[in-house]
Design a protein around this ligand. Structure first.
Ligand code: NAD
Ligand code: TYD
Length: 349
């Protein structure tokens, strides 16, 4: 692999992956980060990388829905590998406005597949990032495996499921060298504060209400983003072509328990005024429509075939994440105030 195109590299996981690839992994080639900079794309997430790896890192502001543009980029930069993170990623937004999810997640992925197919002789690997949400919801018991039938329940998960099917079909039909990974809920540095963990951390820091949907007893498996990055790189290097791999954090927990954990760690670090516990900020709100009750991942295949397992425990991962948000006040302020959007507007005018 010489030239890896990472799409969505200014988002949460993409930025962490690029940082891991260039500063920690054994990869010695170039990274071409293609991102259209939606509300979730923040160039500040990779500003240090841009500075440190000027000779190996290139940012291109482009939309994966632009087929001609993708074809040009593939040719010009001799792309031999792709890791596709670019997506609309928030379930709540997909319920309110599904259109962009269909465009980016389905049509965008299709464009990338077509661009890769048109230069297939050079393609070493097309790795597609997906989610465990494609499998639908579990009851009290059981785990998602790679053979669990797809049964997506939200416009987001349905769009991701569609893109997975297209990726797999390009392997079956055209022999495109693909792999797909389906992971559980990520958390860690640089996550946009609309998702559960960063939203709760920032609200709890400010003493604002902590909105928990429904009865709060929905279960997610939590994957520390660095562990996700090591899993992706392992699969890209050694995963079998045409295969899907589940990635999990071995950390199932009810939402309410996670929120209480965040409150307690923050109380331990600094008290709210009047000695109030942050747990008092928890507010149960109306449930999300079609809210999946439980996700749980069986990652035996990845463990047995490629000897991967997560390193972070939920407790250490959450502590490190809280510390990151506390230490990176400037990033938080610029994201919350929308200043980062202003910078993008003037920079790319
Ligand atoms: P994110 O929303 O933080 O970032 C998405 C990035 O994609 C942003 O930088 C955005 O600007 C870019 N993007 C969006 N539309 C684009 C387009 N049309 N063209 C080019 N770039 C575009 O998302 P994330 O949380 O980092 O998720 C990354 C991937 O991982 C997604 O495919 C998501 O479905 C998947 N995933 C995420 C989680 C999670 O917990 N965050 C869990 C499972 C799977
Ligand atoms: P989220 O971070 O949106 O990820 P996903 O929907 O992809 O799992 O939500 C994680 C869980 O937290 C999910 O069960 C919904 C719940 N949730 C809340 O209770 N309150 C909130 O404010 C948010 C954003 C999520």
């Amino acid at each position: 692999m010489k030239n890896i195109m990472v799409t969505g590299g200014c988002g949460f996981i993409g930025a962490n992956f690029i940082r891991y690839l260039l500063s920690e992994s054994d990869f010695t080639g170039n990274v071409i980060n293609v991102d259209s900079l939606t509300y979730a794309g923040n160039p500040e997430n990779v500003a240090d990388i841009e500075e440190r790896y000027q000779d190996r890192y290139l940012f291109i502001k482009a939309d994966i829905c632009d087929m001609a543009g993708m074809n040009r980029t593939f040719g010009k930069h001799e792309i031999d590998t792709i890791c596709n993170f670019a997506a609309e990623s928030h379930v709540d937004r997909s319920i309110v406005a599904p259109d962009a999810f269909i465009q980016t997640n389905i049509v965008g992925t299709f464009n990338l597949l077509e661009a890769a197919r048109s230069q297939q002789n050079r393609m070493i690997r097309f790795h597609h990032i997906s989610t465990d949400e494609v499998y639908g919801s579990l009851g009290k018991d059981g785990y998602f495996t790679e053979t669990t039938p797809y049964k997506p329940n939200s416009p987001y998960s349905a769009s991701k499921a569609s893109s997975d099917h297209l990726v797999r079909a390009y392997y079956k039909t055209y022999d495109l060298p693909i792999t797909i990974s389906n992971c559980s809920n990520n958390y860690g540095p640089y996550q946009f504060p609309e998702k559960l963990i960063p939203l709760m951390i920032l609200n709890a820091l400010e003493g604002k209400p902590l909105p928990v949907y429904g009865d709060g007893r929905h279960v997610r498996d939590w994957l520390y983003v660095r562990d996700h990055c090591t899993a992706i790189w392992t699969i890209m290097k050694n995963g079998r072509i045409g295969e899907m791999y589940n990635i999990g954090g071995d950390s199932e927990m009810e939402n309410i328990a996670i929120v209480k954990m965040i409150c307690d760690i923050l109380d331990e670090m600094n008290e709210l005024s009047n000695n109030r516990s942050r747990r008092e900020l928890i507010t149960f709100v109306k449930d999300r429509p079609g809210h999946d009750r439980r996700y749980a991942i069986d990652f035996t295949k990845l463990n047995k075939e490629l000897n991967w397992r997560p390193e972070a425990s939920l407790e250490t991962g959450i502590r490190d994440t809280i510390q990151w948000y506390v230490d990176n006040k400037k990033w938080v302020e610029r994201v919350k105030s929308g200043e980062y959007r202003q910078w993008i507007k003037t920079h790319y005018a």
